[in-house]
Ligand binder design. Structure first.
Ligand code: SF4
Length: 75
């Protein structure tokens, strides 16, 4: 299976520039996992822009069940 790096880059909502992992989703996940974080694309845009990618922030945003699911942030 070939990496879809160009398609991934086009769909990436991460606002942090520059990042050499943009479009390389496996590297992005590994990097943030090692920091105890999640990739920016799992957060709503207004939270992504804060660069707080912690699990705690994710739970704060989605824990109540009122916020849309993380998949909605990708659309
Ligand atoms: S979420 Fe992190 S690793 Fe992924 S593209 Fe954005 S800054 Fe880079």
């Amino acid at each position: 299976m070939e990496c879809s790096i160009n398609a991934n880059k086009e769909g990436c909502i991460c606002t942090y520039e520059p990042c050499e992992r943009k479009g390389k989703c496996c590297d992005c996940i590994r990097y943030h996992k090692n920091l105890g974080e999640l990739p920016g694309c799992l957060f709503p845009p207004e939270v992504e822009r804060t660069y707080d990618r912690s699990f705690a922030k994710f739970v704060e945003v989605f824990g109540s069940g009122k916020q849309r699911g993380p998949g909605d942030a990708l659309r």
